[in-house]
Design a protein around this ligand. Structure first.
Ligand SMILES: Nc1ncnc2c1ncn2[C@@H]1O[C@H](COP(=O)(O)OP(=O)(O)OP(=O)(O)O)[C@@H](O)[C@H]1O
Ligand SMILES: [Mg+2]
Length: 369
C-alpha cells in the first residue's frame, strides 16, 4: 500500500509551448488506501497528470513521491503501479487467462503460482468460468473485469484508472461503479480514478479533485464539494442540473444584507451575511435547482424570499421535473416532484431556501459566503 505526494507539478508539452501548460502548479497528498477521483472537462489535464504518476509522461517541473521516495526518474515498471485504460487494451489473441497472466510471466513467477493467482483474482471478479475465451468472445462488462483482473494480479501499490467505465452502457456502468468500490475497499489499494462524469466522481471518491484548464480548483469530500464549492466553476460543474447563477448586487440596509436584482431583493440570512466581507458588491447569487419551490402567483404581494417569474418549459426526468422559469433576461431551473404539473406561460412565485443561497464574487468567481 502506498501514499502519493505530488508537489508543484507542471507539464508543458514540447510541441505546445505557445499554449497554456497542460498541468500547472498541481499539489496533492493522497493517503494510503484512499480512493481519489480526478474530475473535470475534456482537456483539463487529467490523463496527463495520471500518465506522469505512472511514469509514461515526462515531468516538466515538480516532484512526485510514492511513500517518500521520489519517482520522477523511476521507470514505469519499477513504480509498482497498475493502470486500467478506457479501451481496456487487452491482447486480442490471448485467452483471458493469458491476458491476466501476462505480467506475471514477465516477472518469471512459478507456473503454479501464476495459476493460483489468476484463478483467485478471476473468482473475485466473477470471470472464473470465462478464462479460456478470447477477449472478442465476451461482453464489454466482462472485458472490463478482465482488464481489472490483469491489474490486480500484480498486487500493485497503486491503481491508476483512466475513464475505465466509459465504454459501458449506463446500467452496466452503475453496477461496475459499485463493484469497483467494493473491490478497492477489499484490496485496500490506493486508487486514482479519472473521469469527466461528475456523478461517477460524487459516488465513488473518498475525495474529489476538481480540475479546470490544468489547474486544481478544489480538493475535498463529495459532500463538501457539493455544499461548499470553492468557486463558480466547481459549483456549476458538480450537480445536475447545474446550480443557477443570478447576477446581482450586495446591498447593506438597516443592518441587513440584501442580494439585489433588478426585479427583487432577497435577504441574506444573518449568519451568512456576517461572514461576507464588506468589500464585495457585484456578485453571482448561486442556488441549486432543488433548493427552490414554485407555486402559481395569485396576484398578491410577494412576501418572503421569493420572486415572480414565468414558466418557459419543463422536462420530465423520471421522478423529477425540471422547470425553466424566466424573469426579465434571466432564467433558473427549479427541480420539482414529477407529479407537480405547471402550464407553460404561467406566472409563478419562486421561493428560495436562503440558508442554501451562496454568493460568488463577480470578478474572481470565488465563493465569498
Ligand atoms: N501528446 C500531447 N502533445 C501536446 N499536447 C497534448 C498532448 N496530450 C495532451 N495534450 C494537451 O494537454 C491538455 C490536457 O490533455 P489531457 O489529455 O490530459 O486532458 P484530459 O483531462 O484527460 O481530457 P479528456 O477528458 O478529454 O480525456 C489538452 O489541452 C491536450 O490537448
Ligand atoms: Mg483523458
Amino acid at each position: 500500500m502506498a501514499k502519493v505526494s505530488i508537489r508543484g507539478l507542471f507539464k508543458m508539452y514540447p510541441n505546445a509551448k505557445d499554449v497554456a501548460p497542460a498541468v500547472h502548479d498541481f499539489n496533492l497528498e493522497i493517503d494510503d488506501s484512499e480512493f481519489i477521483v480526478f474530475v473535470g472537462p475534456s482537456g483539463c489535464g487529467k490523463t496527463t497528470t495520471l500518465r506522469m504518476i505512472a511514469g509514461l509522461e515526462s515531468i516538466s517541473k515538480g516532484e512526485i513521491y510514492i511513500d517518500d521516495q521520489i519517482v520522477n526518474n523511476l521507470p514505469p515498471k519499477n513504480r509498482n503501479i497498475a493502470m486500467v485504460f478506457q479501451n481496456y487494451a487487452l491482447y486480442p489473441n490471448l485467452s483471458l487467462f493469458e491476458n491476466m497472466a501476462f505480467s506475471l510471466r514477465l516477472k518469471k513467477m512459478e507456473k503454479f503460482e501464476i495459476n493460483e493467482s489468476v484463478k483467485n483474482k478471476a473468482k473475485k471478479l466473477q470471470i472464473e468460468h470465462l478464462l479460456d475465451r478470447l477477449p472478442g468472445q465476451i461482453s464489454g462488462g466482462q472485458r472490463q473485469r478482465v482488464a481489472l483482473g490483469r491489474a490486480i494480479v500484480r498486487d500493485p501499490k497503486i491503481f491508476l484508472m483512466d475513464e475505465p467505465l466509459s465504454n459501458l452502457d449506463a446500467k452496466m456502468r452503475v453496477r461496475m461503479r459499485m463493484e469497483l468500490i467494493k473491490l478497492q475497499r477489499e484490496l485496500g489499494v490506493t486508487t486514482i480514478y479519472v473521469t469527466h462524469d461528475q456523478i461517477e466522481a460524487m459516488t465513488m471518491g473518498d475525495r474529489i479533485v476538481v480540475m479546470n484548464g490544468g489547474v486544481i480548483q478544489q480538493v475535498d469530500t463529495p459532500e463538501n464539494i457539493y455544499n461548499y464549492p470553492a468557486n463558480r466553476f466547481v459549483a456549476g460543474f458538480i450537480g445536475s442540473p447545474p446550480m443557477n447563477f443570478i447576477k446581482g448586487k450586495l446591498v447593506r440596509q438597516d443592518g441587513r444584507l440584501l442580494f439585489a436584482h433588478d426585479r427583487f431583493a432577497l435577504e441574506v440570512p444573518a449568519d451568512t451575511a456576517g461572514r461576507i466581507d464588506l468589500k464585495y458588491k457585484d456578485v453571482y447569487g448561486g442556488i441549486r435547482p432543488e433548493n427552490m419551490t414554485i407555486k402559481p402567483y395569485d396576484g398578491g404581494d410577494v412576501a418572503g424570499p421569493s420572486f415572480r417569474g414565468t414558466i418557459e418549459g419543463a422536462e420530465l426526468v423520471g421522478a423529477d421535473r425540471y422547470v425553466y422559469v424566466r424573469f426579465g433576461g434571466d432564467e433558473v431551473i427549479v427541480r420539482v416532484d414529477a407529479r407537480e404539473r405547471h402550464q407553460n406561460g404561467m406566472e409563478v412565485l419562486v421561493s428560495l431556501e436562503m440558508d442554501r443561497f451562496l454568493c460568488f464574487d463577480l470578478h474572481s468567481e470565488h465563493r465569498i459566503s
